[in-house]
Design a protein around this ligand. Structure first.
Ligand code: ADP
Length: 326
């Protein structure tokens, strides 16, 4: 097994609060183990352009509490081509970087998997996404903070919704996963959550209205996961306005505030644990795995599983929401 002397670290795809805590943990843990660290800026684009800088412990001082990512992030089309990945590989060789730690979501880890196979190159992935949609880990870095942001925003909307006796559709992020919408709805006492996992099975809106929601309440809030499958909050609100004109319907799209802010204690701790474990994984000779957490224990999940399988939604949560919103 080749000894790792120098690692590169990058953040890629959608940013998530806690990425900085992960960068700090990887950097410090590597240096603690005598491994050199290089920070790669702007995700995979920085690998292609050579936007790279040596990292010492002080480069990651005072960042654990900061949202966003000091390494910046980007979406890089060129990395999706064999030519782009070849350039990235040449950069890694010329920089003397013998392993990579990639912090990102589903897309970033898919890129990592392809690159690792193509060049037989060791990569460790960390799940960094507010969506919590990576298979094999109970939590992803950024999810808890985003959930708390949603909770605070929905609480405020509840005040105005109940004053006016309105029906609100609030759209939250989540792409193809309903974790933010479902758990956000439970945390704020919402009447329902419309999520992509269930949209394919039933017409959730019809069920909602026909079950007589809002009858005994002075406001109703429905969280909607942004997704082509749910149609998003705008489209659902239009349908309600047309089919049930008696409702006073409003829409709020929470948008990018969900990505920002200082990471929660849970995200900082998760990022610190996963970041330190990424270096343990390399030292143990692991490669091409995502470091995750299950039942409060560190696990290594092969990229092939982490990006291929869909993480199932917990049906018990759906049932709890339904029962508590009567
Ligand atoms: P996220 O990591 O948040 O899911 P994206 O899906 O936008 O974000 O992916 C981030 C980046 O990962 C892309 O811009 C691209 O550089 C790389 N990537 C994604 N999918 C692939 C792929 N199939 N092959 C190579 N690189 C990919």
């Amino acid at each position: 097994m080749a000894v790792t002397k120098c690692i590169g670290i990058l953040t890629s795809g959608g940013d998530a609060p806690g990425m900085n805590a992960a960068i700090r943990a990887v950097t410090r843990s590597a240096i603690y183990n005598g491994i050199e660290v290089k920070g790669i800026y702007h995700g995979y684009r920085g690998l292609i352009t050579g936007d790279i800088k040596p990292f010492k412990t002080e480069n990651v001082s005072n960042i654990i509490q900061q949202g966003g990512t000091i390494l910046k992030t980007a979406r890089c089309k060129e990395f999706e081509t064999p030519e782009g990945r070849r350039l990235a590989y040449e950069t890694l060789r010329s920089e003397g970087i013998d392993a990579l730690v990639v912090i990102g979501g589903d897309g970033s880890l898919t890129g990592a998997r392809i690159f690792a196979q193509e060049f037989d190159y060791p990569i460790i992935g960390l799940p960094g996404t507010i969506d919590n949609d990576l298979y094999g880990t109970d939590l992803t870095i950024g999810y808890d903070t985003a959930l708390n942001t949603i909770m605070e925003a929905v609480d405020k909307i509840r005040d105005t919704a109940s004053s006016h006796e309105r029906l609100f559709f609030i759209e939250v992020m989540g792409r193809d996963a309903g974790f933010l919408a479902l758990n956000g709805a439970i945390a704020t006492g919402c009447e329902a959550a419309i999520i992509p996992e269930i949209s394919t099975e039933i017409d959730q809106l019809k069920e909602l209205v026909e079950n007589g929601f809002r009858k005994s309440k002075n406001s109703s809030i429905v969280l909607v996961a942004e997704s082509p499958t749910t149609g998003g909050a705008m489209q659902l609100a239009e349908r309600v306005k047309n089919e049930y004109p008696q409702y006073d319907v409003r829409v709020t799209i929470l948008g990018h505030i969900q990505r920002g802010g200082s990471p929660s204690a849970q995200d900082r701790i998760l990022a610190s644990r996963l970041g330190a474990a990424a270096i343990d994984a390399l030292l143990e000779g692991q490669r091409n795995v995502m470091v995750g957490i299950r039942n409060d224990e560190i696990v290594y999940v092969p990229f092939s599983k982490a990006v291929k399988y869909d993480k199932p939604i917990n049906r018990e949560l759906l049932e709890t929401l339904r029962r508590l919103s009567i």
